[in-house]
Design a protein around this ligand. Structure first.
Ligand SMILES: [Ca+2]
Ligand SMILES: [Ca+2]
Ligand SMILES: [Ca+2]
Ligand SMILES: [Ca+2]
Length: 485
């Protein structure tokens, strides 16, 4: 269970109550057009509310939602479309003043509270979603994790209350498949995925995990993807390979790792080939469900109950973990669909990855994938654009009388210009020499070039660097370390 995994010491830090007096509830619900300007939500404008040096909603600001004239919200277009986003989690506190009914999915085929399954989908009076734990139609959040995740995606923006959510056009389908302690059963998760797919969700956020993956979960993911659902999964907080971590290791989901204030991967964040992207996930502000404190009682974190409450009303909360990075990407992915509902899942995935800001090791890396999600770049991206570079393996081959190292992988682009191989000595080379003949045609899962054995003289460790260049001049690179021992 990855519901928090916070390793910083909240308990040792005195918490200041919010200096901001919140506007009374009952302020007008957010108008869609209003989001075109900087939102008026107090926490969105504030910094230091709990004594920190950075903005309260730094995580949103870091990925492109800010108060500037070119904030990501200004790029959504004139007539954004609603998008159904299923949050499979611990439920939702729908009475929160910063949750608008307009942002919750309504099952139009279902008449509420008549004891009948009007739309014959197998669920009686399922109006906003379902509680798979209690097998009921009121997926109330007794834990807080689900409300927190939902707030990041769809807290009411520009309502003069509390915080801003990322997508003012999202319609949240509330699927409760985790219990009060954040634990789930594979069968509930699978049922929730199938429900999401069968009832029109376009995106699913899964800030949940656990070691191992059951066939029923795998089948449910396959089914949901086949029905056109785009699934975003938190990488997990165990500092292990995400491939070994349940849903996060699956190929057909988008797996999100966590970065901190310095834009580097946080140490707890799971890593590996299956990590696609990263998003901020440290000291994130979101909604607190009534009577909850989800970090309390988690044996993995040092936490004093109540320490993460924010606001004089204590209806906000702050926490860290990959659970809260995933919904940032979910919010952005859904906003891309609000702007252009015709995007395919392949295009959505391509845009999110290709527009990410490269961080840590240059190129795609195992800690942050393509890099830090960038809402502004994503909303401006060309759906066809891609440039890729990856090295999958190297092998020793016979080359005439001598030997050579053959580099295998992929170098392509929608408009390919060239791909070049370089070699540098040591684990972190400071200079590079061109080796092998540049590719003038793209290559997928094939031979990228041959490097003569003589090039490897004089050092025990070398790094092969691949640089693919798009015809527009943009590049992407990949690196591969060779240890001659
Ligand atoms: Ca029904
Ligand atoms: Ca009914
Ligand atoms: Ca708000
Ligand atoms: Ca990188």
């Amino acid at each position: 269970m990855m519901k928090s995994g916070m390793k910083n010491n909240l308990s040792s830090r005195a918490i200041k109550l919010a200096a901001i007096v919140l506007f009374a509830a009952g302020a007008s619900s957010s108008g869609i057009a209003k989001a075109q300007t900087a939102p008026n939500d107090p926490y969105f404008k504030a910094k230091g509310t709990w004594g920190q040096s950075y903005p309260d909603q730094w995580a949103l600001k870091r990925v492109g939602f800010d108060e500037s004239a070119n904030s990501a919200w200004t790029l959504v277009g004139k007539r954004p479309s609603p998008v159904i986003v299923a949050v499979i989690d611990t439920g939702l506190d729908w009475n929160h003043a910063d949750i608008a009914w307009d942002h919750i999915w309504k099952n139009s085929g279902e008449t509420p509270d008549n004891g009948k399954d009007d739309d014959s989908n197998g669920f009686v009076d399922d109006v906003i979603g379902w509680d798979f734990y209690a097998n009921g139609n009121k997926p109330w959040d007794h834990d807080g994790h689900g409300t927190f995740v939902t707030g990041i995606i769809a807290a009411d923006t520009n309502n003069k209350i509390g915080m801003a959510g990322i997508n003012p056009y999202a319609k949240i389908m509330v699927l409760k498949a985790l219990n009060n302690f954040g634990h789930s059963r594979a069968s509930y998760l699978a049922q929730a995925l199938v429900y999401a797919a069968d009832n029109g969700a376009r995106i699913v956020n899964l800030s949940v995990g656990g070691k191992g993956l059951t066939p029923v979960e795998r089948d449910a993911v396959t089914y949901a993807v086949s029905k056109g659902v785009f699934i975003i999964v938190a990488a997990g907080n165990e500092a292990v390979r995400a491939e070994e971590f349940g849903l996060a290791g699956l190929e057909d989901v988008l797996t999100v790792a966590t970065t901190g204030l310095d834009d580097n991967r946080e140490v707890f964040s799971n890593w590996g080939q299956s990590v696609d992207l990263a998003a901020p996930g440290i000291d994130v502000l979101s909604l607190r469900a009534r009577r909850t404190d989800f970090m309390a009682g988690n044996p993995d974190i040092e936490y004093e109950p109540g320490a993460a409450y924010v606001g004089s009303d204590k209806r906000y909360y702050r926490s860290s973990g990959t659970s809260f990075s995933a919904p940032i990407v979910t919010g952005i992915a859904s906003l891309l669909l609000s702007k252009d509902p015709s995007l395919t899942n392949e295009e959505l995935r391509r845009i999110l990855k290709q527009s990410a800001r490269d961080i840590e090791t240059p190129g795609i890396d195992q800690f942050t994938g393509y890099g830090l999600v960038d809402a502004r770049a994503a909303l401006k991206a060309d759906r066809k654009f891609f440039v890729s570079a990856s090295i999958s393996d190297v092998q020793i081959v016979q080359d005439g009388a001598g030997q050579a190292v053959e580099v295998l992988g992929t170098a392509n682009a929608d408009q390919f210009n060239k791909a070049e191989l370089f070699l540098g000595s040591g684990e972190d080379p400071t200079s590079w020499k061109p080796v092998a003949t540049p590719l003038t045609q793209s290559m997928s899962d094939g031979v990228l070039g041959r490097i003569s054995a003589a090039e490897f003289a004089g050092a025990p460790v070398w790094v092969v660097r691949l640089v693919t260049t798009h015809s527009n001049g943009k590049t992407r690179e990949a690196r591969y370390q060779i240890d001659l021992d």
